[in-house]
Structure formats: structure tokens, C-alpha cells
Design a protein around this ligand. Sequence first.
Ligand code: FE2
Ligand code: FE2
Length: 308
Amino acid sequence: MAEPFDIDRFMDSSGRVDLSDIDWSEVPKYPMTPEALRTLRYFMYTEGSTFFYTKALMKTKAAIFEPDLAPFLCVWMYEEEFHGRAFRKFVEAYGEKVPSDYRATMFNRRGAGERIDEWGQTVLSRVFPDGWPAVHMIWGVVQEFTTYQGYIALVERTGHPILATICQRIMKQEMKHFAFYRDQAYKRLVNNPAAQKLTSWALKTGWTPVGDGMCSKEDVQHSIRWLFDGAEGGAVDKVDQKMREMPGLEWFDLFRKYVTNHNIGRAPDSWFPRPRSEFNKSVVAVTSGIRQRNKAESGDSVDTADAA
Ligand SMILES: [Fe+2]
Ligand SMILES: [Fe+2]
């Protein structure tokens, strides 16, 4: 495991993603495909729905009694909100209008699973007051890691220099979120067979990829195809592999099962604004830039090589 998460260092370096130097007028100069824009909207909706998910966590005993949880939740929600706003600004700079009530629409249209989840979580957190926070934390691990992989793919597949800069800054924060959840989940699962059992049951029963529930199933599946080439790309197994490192989750194969069950395969070349042969170029620069900065700051308790 990486070194323990340092909440004070995290709080000191927290804040909204700084986009003050972005020249938004440059955004439309680099073409995007309709399929790429659809994926960007998926990121915007997913980032913008983070605060819905904090409700259940805030009701847990752990959020009140454990000193690291409340500060993390405040920052997490704040930073994620600005990720959503960054995408909204980008999409609008490209020339697409985003309705101001998009969040209300998303909430009203949320899937049945999401609604059941809301009361189900309230009940389960009362039945398992000690084990349930482990479930939340493991959800954070898989969703943050998937999101991080999504950003790598977004940079790689669009080749849009301004989007790459925005993503690079967001990814740095995502990595810290991931590190927090991984640290928390690990502590709660290691040497705790009951928590491992409960977490495994919850994942097998209720896990779906990040964004599912708030976004339509079609948009989620489109984005997984666009970003990862579904079952034919490498990112899906990377996520499953990362989860198998957690105590008691050596069985984890849910992302692979999801893409197989939904027949999500390779995206057509026409979906991308640039040839596949160029995919690798900008992503190497972006991820190595993040690694160098994290190393230089050296305070981040994030194993960047691990996350990237
Ligand atoms: Fe985010
Ligand atoms: Fe995040």
C-alpha cells in the first residue's frame, strides 16, 4: 500500500480547479466529433451529480465521529462541482448550449436503481452501522479510478490541447480523491472478513459504472465504448485489476462482466477527431507532467504511477 493519506496536506492544497488562464475562444478551433461531445456531456453530468452521492455518506455515523471524513466530504463535493463547471464551460465555448436546469432534469430522470439505492442505503447503513462505510469507500475507489482512466482516454482520443490542459488539472485532484478512498477502504477491509463479505455482496448486487443512474444507460454505454473500446480495450481490465488489490476483493471482475453483458466493443474510427495512430502522443505528456509535479510537491500521498 501507498503511504497513509494525510488529510491536513490534502485540505491545505484543496481548491477549485484553476482555469483562469484558459483562452476559451481557442476551444472551437480544434474540431470534435458529435460522439466526442456526447462523451464530454457525460463527464459534465457525472461530475455535476457528485453532491447527490454525499447525502447517504453524510448520514452515516462515521461521517460524524471520524475526524477525516467531514473535511474530505466538504472538499470532495466542492472540487467535483468545479470539474462539472469546467466541462460545461468547455462545451459552451465549443458552441453548444447547456440548459441551466440540466441538473434538475437529470435528478428527475434518474433511474429506478438510483431511487431504490437511496432508501436502500439508509436502511443498510442502519443495519450495518460499522460495516457500511467500507461499502461507500470501495465505491469511491472504483469510481474515482475509472474516472481517472476516463480522463486519460479523453485526452488521448480528442487530442484537443485546451481540453488536455483542463483534464490535466482535474486529474491531479482525482488522484487525491482516489488516494483518500483507497486508504479508507483498505483500513476498513484489511483483517475484517465481515466488512469484506458485506462489501463484496454490495458490489455484486449494486455496482454499475460511474455515471450510471444519473445519466441514461445509453449515454453510459456510449461513453465506455468511446473512451475504452469496451471489452476490446485495456482500461476495463485495468480497473478490475486495481480493485483486486483490495483486501477480500480478489474476485473482482465486474467491469469486464458489465461490458460483456452489454456488448460494448471497439468504437468506430469515425467517432474520433483524430486517427487512432496518434492516440498515444498527448497522453504521455499529460500523465508524465502530473507525475513530475506530484513528485516535486512530494506531499501528495498518492502513488501516481499506480493511479496512471
Ligand atoms: Fe471529478
Ligand atoms: Fe473525484
